[in-house]
Design a protein around this ligand. Structure first.
Ligand SMILES: O=C(O)CCC(=O)C(=O)O
Length: 274
């Protein structure tokens, strides 16, 4: 399923008692956001979970890592980063924000995967994540835009000179409005119960349609993993999230394997690991 469609459902991934504890933990981070926050009508926050004992336990759980490794077809899975998305009730959006994740990130490869966990029940009307199955097989990316549709440019600081001309990796346009003709594009909608997840290739096009429910909250927590073939990459002229670069004292070279103390091995565990 995952290999063919670039997405697969993981029903009941997390038990309800842990879901409830995670809601509380995530709400604390919503109230006290760290550095990496975006508000586009809905809240997106990333790279905060490892400092939180409860969330850290979830993010580095070897069972989650094994799911990721098996889906990717990789012998290993390293944690890459965590990313929370919150739509309060009645947060409609104008259209969709169809996108692939990989071109926003300083990484390349097929072994890059996300596990998107829903902390509340959600339906397509209440911002359930939907997908364009098979879009991970397209070797080019749509031009990345911000969640609000604005163009994004990246400031890579000292590392800008390492970025490569990646124009051949991109179409010259952003993702089409797949929701306007869902049947032709085979758009796959899912419904989620709290604790359900989807695992998806970060080349697979995805979006929600905003939260049109007057009373249903939508909170999701994505965990990103990297596997054997993931390589460091910086692309000129597109946003390459600076939160995801290795620490400044660590070696960075385009094409090099992903090695950083920020990206701990989750699967397989070796003795001495957490
Ligand atoms: O939860 C959302 O609405 C967006 C999720 C997403 O884009 C992701 O996890 O990569």
């Amino acid at each position: 399923m995952y290999r063919e469609y670039g997405v697969a459902k993981l029903s009941g991934l997390v038990a309800l008692d842990l879901v409830e504890e995670m809601r509380v933990a995530l709400d604390e981070h919503v109230a006290n956001p760290g550095q990496w926050v975006t508000d586009a009508g809905f809240r997106s926050q990333r790279c905060f979970g490892l400092g939180d004992p409860l969330l850290r336990g979830y993010l580095l759980d070897p069972v989650l890592g094994e799911n990721a490794a098996r889906a990717m077809g990789s012998t290993t899975a390293n944690f890459f980063f965590d990313h929370m998305f919150l739509f309060e009730p009645d947060t409609p959006i104008d259209g969709h924000y169809w996108h692939q994740d990989l071109p926003f990130w300083p990484v390349d490869g097929d072994h890059v995967v996300s596990v998107w966990l829903s902390l509340y029940d959600c339906e397509p009307e209440s911002a359930a994540l939907k997908f364009v199955p098979g879009s991970h097989r397209e070797r080019r990316f749509y031009r990345p835009l911000g969640f609000d549709g604005s163009p994004m440019t990246g400031d890579l600081g000292d590392r800008a000179e390492l970025a490569i001309d990646a124009r051949s990796q991109f179409f010259d346009h952003a993702a089409p409005a797949f929701h306007e003709d869902p049947e032709t594009h085979g758009v796959r909608e899912f419904s989620y119960l709290a604790g359900d997840a989807v695992i998806f290739n970060t080349r697979t096009v995805h979006s929600s349609g905003g939260n049109n429910s007057p009373d249903q909250r939508r909170l999701a927590y994505s965990t990103r993993f990297i596997g054997d073939d993931a390589r460091m990459m910086l692309r000129q002229g597109v946003f390459q999230d600076p939160a995801l670069l290795p620490d400044p004292d660590e070696h960075f070279a385009v094409g090099a394997p992903m090695r950083s103390r920020r990206w701990p091995r989750v699967y397989p565990m070796t003795s001495g690991d957490e």
